[in-house]
Design a protein around this ligand. Structure first.
Ligand code: NMX
Ligand code: MLT
Length: 437
């Protein structure tokens, strides 16, 4: 059985060669035009980043090294006794482009569990924070402070060669991923269950099995399975999304993996990005309160118009790239469809009913380019059903997941020797001058 590092040692030279050929043979090939609309419109659609692990198609949704979510559900190993994809098998696929065997997956789980405990200074740091500080702020702080452990930074200071960067980047990435469950679970404990004992990392469990256990839901098999699926499919969404892009930008300065991913977390903490999953639940609960027991499609429609007319966005709907319902949303809905207790849950039912009405309302409203749900529309209601009811915590789970994609690209960026990001900006006067020339 090979380790993930051994597989990467085989893959890296091939990718390095591919990049070399792209640079020498095609560096002047045109991939698109840069228009004023790109410069003033959030660079939507501008092809301007290299990102290896996944590519997002507007209609089909995400593919991880060419595999759709359904493909991954078919081929990626699950946990013992489980059916859903686990973080380790997704990480293996993202990092190497290869499908791990069951034995490779178990070995990676063990490797991570063995280094899963937090250093004491991190525990003290987290325990000193006010419980009213948003859990995402706490997560970013904990991750950034863990850079005290960075092997990449220490090696850089020693003066290693550029072609060795990726190996230290990989070590940091695995160390960081290993500690995320304990870090994120400690925040949950401190904020919502102060004083409760926290279980130690169980070396026989997978990463998310341990996370669920430390959150206090270890004996809830269905929630653990849901978290596995959730964390696997939120892991990567190509490079242009705000968290991945931020992490990539910061990493390009050779800031270590901890700082780069912490930066990405703070982008994820915005309500137009990952915080939308918190907002969706807050908004749907408010709708439920206002509409009472007998919720109909008509009453939901009215409620949607109320949100839109008050000038707010409908959280969980719309997307910068997607132009169809998000296949991640569909995968989470499918999870509900196979479990009667979820199907009978009022908040799960409300999310589903909202989906039956919202696209038509958003089309009639006529602003959003994508009237369909994104992943955040569905992700929170299942957590709520299983007793993880504190929605300010939901983006932390998204954040734990996004480490898979951000850290994978960090390793690839160093392996490929990508340069510091530094696009050209223009003032409006400079744009006008260029147009006249
Ligand atoms: N409800 C109401 N209006 C919307 C929505 C929505 N869900 N989505 C887009 N619009 C508006 C948008 O605000 C913009 O208005 P204006 O011209 O006044 O500025 C107009 O429609 C055109 O926006 P788009 O080009 O369709 O969307 P854009 O690519 O700029 O933004 C999002 C994408 C995802 C930020 C946007 O759809 C949104 O704000 N959605 C709600 C928040 C959300 O669910 N975010 C989570 C995204 C997924 N994630 O996890 O990151
Ligand atoms: C994501 O998962 O990052 C979101 O869907 C946002 C995006 O892709 O822009």
């Amino acid at each position: 059985t090979k380790t993930v590092r051994e597989v990467l040692e085989e893959v890296v030279p091939k990718k390095q060669l591919q990049l070399k050929q792209l640079k020498t043979e095609h560096s002047q090939a045109v991939l698109g035009e840069v228009k004023v609309e790109h410069v003033v419109g959030g660079m939507r659609g501008l092809k301007s980043m290299l990102w290896e692990a996944s590519v997002l198609d507007p209609l089909e949704g995400i593919r991880f090294h060419g595999l759709s979510i359904a493909d991954c559900q078919n081929v990626l190993p699950a946990a013992p006794g489980g059916k859903e994809i686990i973080a380790e098998s997704m990480l293996w696929l993202l990092l190497t482009g290869k499908i791990p065997t069951e034995a490779e997956t178990r070995q990676l789980s063990r490797q991570l569990a063995e280094k899963g405990e937090l250093p004491e200074y991190i525990e003290k740091l987290l325990d000193s924070l006010p419980p009213t500080l948003h859990p995402m702020t706490q997560l970013g702080m904990g991750v950034a402070a863990l850079n005290h452990e960075s092997k990449f930074q220490a090696a850089y200071e020693r003066g290693i060669k550029k072609n060795e960067y990726w190996q230290y980047a990989l070590e940091d990435s695995l160390d960081l991923l290993a500690r995320l469950p304990a870090l994120a679970a400690r925040i949950y404990r401190n904020v919502y269950n102060p004083g409760q004992p926290l279980p130690k990392v169980n070396k026989d469990l997978d990463l998310v099995g341990n996370y669920a256990n430390m959150l206090g839901f270890g004996d809830n098999h269905d929630l653990t399975e849901y978290l596995r699926l959730y964390i696997a499919i939120h892991g990567d969404h190509e490079g242009g999304n705000a968290s991945a892009h931020t992490s990539h930008l910061v990493g390009s300065t050779l800031a270590d993996p901890y700082l780069s991913y912490a930066a990405g977390l703070y982008a994820l903490a915005g309500p137009l990005h990952g915080l939308a999953n918190q907002e969706v639940l807050r908004w749907q609960m408010q709708m439920q309160k206002e509409l009472g027991d007998n919720i109909t499609h008509d009453s939901i429609r009215e409620s949607l118009w109320k949100t839109l007319k008050s000038g707010q966005v409908v959280p969980g709907y719309g997307h910068g790239v997607l132009r169809n319902p998000d296949p991640r949303f569909m995968a989470l809905q499918q999870f509900c469809d196979t479990r009667p207790s979820l199907l009978q849950d009022p908040i799960v039912q409300l999310v589903k009913k909202t989906y039956e009405v919202a696209p038509a309302v958003l089309k009639e409203h006529g602003k959003t380019k994508n009237p369909y749900p994104n992943v955040d529309a569905a992700s929170g209601c299942v957590l709520y059903h299983y007793g993880l009811t504190q929605f300010k915590y939901y983006t932390v789970i998204f954040g734990v997941s996004r480490a898979l994609g951000c850290l994978t690209q960090y390793v690839w960026s160093r392996a490929l020797g990508l340069p510091i990001e530094r696009p050209k900006s223009l003032s409006m006067d400079a744009i006008e001058k260029l147009i006249k020339e």
